[in-house]
Structure formats: structure tokens, C-alpha cells
Design a protein around this ligand. Structure first.
Ligand code: NAD
Length: 468
């Protein structure tokens, strides 16, 4: 852990064993915070906010630019840590480093555009609207993007002039600490950002009960998100909630099928499917359905699975033993209810958390996997008669994070953009995020945004000053 810029070792503390999910091998022991540690972190965050809220835009921008440059310099070491702790391929981990670099650079620029406004009255009276940093932020980042999630949780508050207590996932601490170290080495004062680990429920209960914390930023499951919002409500803390999804992908008969498959199949199995914006339900028009299932299955079965640091590997293991267990349960239920298992459906080998790329066709809607986010390498493909039925299926679930659509018909693209209940929509592309574009969901997928100017606004409060 790092509190007030000081590295905290194990000493008397309880520990968590960090493991490589490809081998099961222990990578190290992580100290877990006790309440004295959390009190120190809260004190540091209060001091850090008092200091950083007055830092000039140029100073904040310099730190973010400097950290981006250091991440670029340390790209291989950061990517290696992420692959060892989380399992993803080195190529995927390098992409994560670059996501952070772009985001930190973007916010370094955006800091200079935090304007207020002045309203001048004919009477001589004037009103001034200013945006101020919200205060110390408690930020909870999960393990699926071990570099990118902490990067997002740190970049916007620091750009806005807040302090942060980051609780990244216990499974992936070295990646999170590597990102934070770049900020310190770029000149961030120690009190401005802390990283703690611990029992997640204890840490969130404790931090969210403290009046020091003014905002909760959480990425994780909808169930935990609802629980944390209730804790935040006790003190009316602001919230940014990036929760689960169940990404619909609408594929219409007018597309170049092979070209679409070449894009969507690798996108489905990116990070072994453990992505909140993962494409999950492939909602395919009748006319191309059989060819789509055959082409998807053939490509999925050919994916090279192995340890993320091996040359040529396209998909790593799942991040922890809970995930293959969950896959077995969900796939078993789907098949028992009549889903057709086209490929995969089982673990690979008896070491690590490997699960085969899996394709299920014609899975009935009452199967658990058709309601619950699988968060794994399982594609669900079903057949639909027309556009209306496809839109109805896309909007059937309470989630609304990412949706995808493939069609050449310009008018249909417009209709889909209007009708789909989603925070983000990708039409004829797999790109669903960018540093300068807001990232976030609707309905049970949460509220508020990260990235883009909206991500920075989410760390600000507005004050209006009327002068006679
Ligand atoms: P989980 O729901 O217990 O944990 C998800 C994350 O939330 C973890 O990082 C965990 O440390 C944290 N967490 C759990 N309880 C918490 C609490 N009381 N206070 C603060 N943080 C808490 O389960 P899991 O097995 O780690 O992941 C399973 C599910 O979580 C997945 O199926 C997926 O739906 C969801 N998830 C979503 C994302 C995302 O990017 N939205 C990322 C990881 C996991």
C-alpha cells in the first residue's frame, strides 16, 4: 500500500496472496489495511485536498503529462506486471498502458479548459459561476483492467484538483501501484493519492462512513454498486458508477459477413471476455444466421489460448478461480435448458484458470446466462426475424452499457441510435471508447461518466457567487 507517499509493508497486517492465474503460482504477499491504516489514508487525503485544490492548472497538467511520459517509458514493465497478475496477453496489456497514456495526456490539456462564467447584470450586479473540485474521492477499481481502471480512477480527480484514496483489486496490486508510482515520480505530492488494499467490504464501509470522503467512484458489478450507493447515500456523497453490462450486438443481413466476423470474434474474446463492454448477445437476422454461427464457431475454436506472455497466444486465462467456476455453472445451465454448445464449454488443462472460447447458439431466454453478465469467453448467438424483434431483444435486460450494430442501411443506423437503451453504441466498429469521449452506462449499468470532459466534470461541484 502507499499512504502519504510512503510504502507500507506487511508488518503486523493480515495478507492476501497474489497469484498468477496462468500457473496458480504465488507472486507475492499483499498487506491488507487495518482501520489505523485507513485513518492515516483519510488524514492524508484531507491534507492532500487542502493542498491540491489550490494547485494551478499548469501544475496539474505537468504532473499528468509527466506521468504519461513515464508510463510510456515503463510500458514493458507495466504490461508484464498486468499479464502476470491478471492473465491477459502482453499485447492486450500494452494497449492498456496506451489507454492510460492517452487519457492522462487528454486530461493534461482539459485541465486548462475548466472555465467558469460571469453573468453581468444591467444594474451593475454580477453573478459568477465557478467549478471547484468535489473533494477527496474514494475510488474502487476492479481487476479486469489492472492498469486502465486505476488510471481512470486517478486521472480525472487529480486533473480536477481532488485527492484520491484508491482501492484497486487485491488480485492486481502491482499494476495499480505501477501507475500511481508514475504520478509520484512526475511530481504528485504524496498526500494527493493513496493506494490501499484490504477486505473490500470493510474498506468501503469505513471510507464511505467518513465525512472526509466527498465522492464515490466505483467500477464493478451492479449488485455491489447498488450496495455502495446506499452507503454513499447516508452522507449524500456524489457517485460515479460504472457497473455491469450484457452487450447486445445486432447483425443485419446486409453486411459483409466474413468481414464482420473477423472483427467481432477477436473483440468477443478480448481479455477472455472479462470486459464490461464485451459483446455478449449476438442478435442475428434470420437470413444470415446459420452462416454467422458457423463462421463464428470456426474462428472461436481456432483461437490460441495460453499464458499471456507466450508468443502467439491470443487469449490468456481467466483472472481468478471464481471465473471458470462461474462459466461452468452458466454454460451447464444454458445447455440443460436447450442451448446448443457449438464449441468450448469447458476448462482447458488442470493448471491455472483457463476456459475455452465458447459459443452457444439458440439459448432460451430463461437461461441464467441470458439474464446475467457472463463476464467470460462465452458468445451467445440467437436468431431473430426482423429489426423490431432485434431491438426488443437488445432492450430486454435492465442493463445499458455498450451496444453494437452492424448494418449498411443508413436509415436503420439512425433508428438504432434512437431506439437502443445504451450508454454507448458502436455502429460498424468495435471501438467503444476513447480518451476524449464519455464512457458510462444507463439503467442498471450505472450513471455518470469517466473519460472525456464529462469525466472531469464528474469530479467538480458548482458554486454561484452573486455580487451587488
Ligand atoms: P465482486 O462483484 O465481488 O467484485 C467486483 C469488484 O468489486 C472487485 O474488484 C471487488 O474487489 C470489488 N468489491 C466487492 N465487494 C466490494 C465492496 N463491498 N466494497 C467495495 N468493493 C467491492 O466479484 P468478482 O468475482 O471480483 O467479479 C465478478 C463480477 O463482477 C463479474 O461477473 C462482473 O459482473 C463484475 N465485474 C465488473 C467489472 C466492470 O468492469 N464493470 C469488473 C470486474 C468485475
Amino acid at each position: 500500500m502507499v499512504i502519504a507517499g510512503e510504502r507500507i509493508g506487511i508488518d503486523h497486517r493480515a495478507t492476501f496472496t497474489v497469484r498468477n492465474p496462468a500457473t496458480g503460482e504465488a507472486l507475492g504477499q499483499l498487506p491488507l489495511a487495518d482501520t489505523a491504516d485507513l485513518d492515516r489514508a483519510l488524514d492524508a487525503a484531507a491534507r492532500g485536498f487542502a493542498l491540491w485544490r489550490h494547485a494551478s492548472a499548469a501544475q496539474r497538467a505537468d504532473v499528468l503529462q509527466g506521468a504519461a511520459a513515464l508510463m510510456l517509458e515503463r510500458k514493458e514493465a507495466l504490461a508484464w506486471a498486468a499479464t502476470q497478475e491478471q492473465g491477459k496477453t502482453l499485447a492486450e496489456a500494452r494497449v492498456e498502458v496506451m489507454m492510460n497514456v492517452e487519457l492522462f495526456r487528454f486530461y493534461a490539456g482539459e485541465v486548462h479548459r475548466l472555465y467558469g462564467r460571469q453573468l453581468v447584470r444591467p444594474t451593475g450586479m454580477r453573478s459568477t459561476v465557478v467549478h471547484e473540485p468535489v473533494g477527496p474521492v474514494a475510488a474502487f477499481a476492479p481487476w479486469n483492467f489492472p492498469l486502465g481502471n486505476p488510471g481512470r480512477k486517478l486521472a480525472a480527480p487529480i486533473a480536477a484538483g481532488c485527492s484520491v484514496i484508491l482501492k484497486a483489486a487485491e488480485e492486481t496490486p502491482a499494476s495499480a501501484l505501477g501507475v500511481l508510482q508514475c504520478l509520484y515520480d512526475a511530481g504528485l505530492p504524496g498526500d494527493v493519492a493513496q493506494a490501499v488494499f484490504g477486505d473490500p467490504a470493510q474498506v468501503s464501509d469505513y471510507l464511505l462512513a467518513s465525512p472526509v470522503i466527498r465522492k464515490l467512484s466505483f467500477t464493478g458489478s451492479t449488485a455491489i454498486g447498488k450496495h455502495l450507493m446506499k452507503l454513499a447515500a447516508n452522507d449524500l456523497k456524489r457517485t460515479t458508477m460504472e457497473l455491469g453490462g450484457h452487450g447486445p450486438v445486432l447483425v443485419f443481413g446486409d453486411v459483409d459477413l466474413e468481414a464482420v466476423l473477423d472483427k467481432v470474434v477477436p473483440h468477443k474474446f478480448r481479455n477472455a471476455g472479462q470486459v464490461c463492454v464485451a459483446p455478449t448477445r449476438f442478435i442475428v437476422e434470420d437470413a444470415i444466421y446459420d452462416r454467422f454461427v458457423a463462421g463464428f464457431t470456426q474462428r472461436a475454436a481456432a483461437i490460441r489460448v495460453g499464458p499471456g506472455w507466450h508468443e502467439g497466444v491470443q487469449m490468456g486465462p481467466m483472472a481468478n478461480p471464481r471465473r471458470p467456476e462461474a462459466m461452468e455453472k452458466l454454460v451447464g445451465d444454458a445447455v440443460a435448458r436447450g442451448g446448443r454448445l457449438m464449441t468450448g464449454g469447458a476448462r482447458i488443462g488442470n493448471q491455472g484458470c483457463f476456459f475455452a472460447p465458447t459459443v452457444l447458439a439458440d439459448t432460451p431466454l430463461d437461461a441464467e446466462i441470458m439474464q446475467e453478465e457472463p463476464f467470460g469467453p462465452v458468445a451467445l448467438i440467437n436468431r431473430y426475424a426482423d429489426e423490431a424483434a432485434m431491438i426488443a431483444e437488445a432492450n430486454r435486460l435492465p442493463y445499458g452499457l455498450a451496444a453494437y450494430a452492424w448494418t449498411q442501411d443508413y436509415r436503420r443506423q439512425r433508428r438504432l441510435a434512437a431506439e437502443l437503451e445504451t450508454g454507448m453504441l458502436a455502429i460498424n466498429t468495435t471501438t467503444i471508447g476513447a480518451a476524449d469521449a464519455p464512457f458510462g452506462g444507463v439503467k442498471w449499468s450505472g450513471h455518470g461518466h469517466e473519460d472525456g470532459p464529462e469525466g472531469l466534470q464528474a469530479c467538480l461541484v458548482t458554486k454561484t457567487i452573486h455580487e451587488g
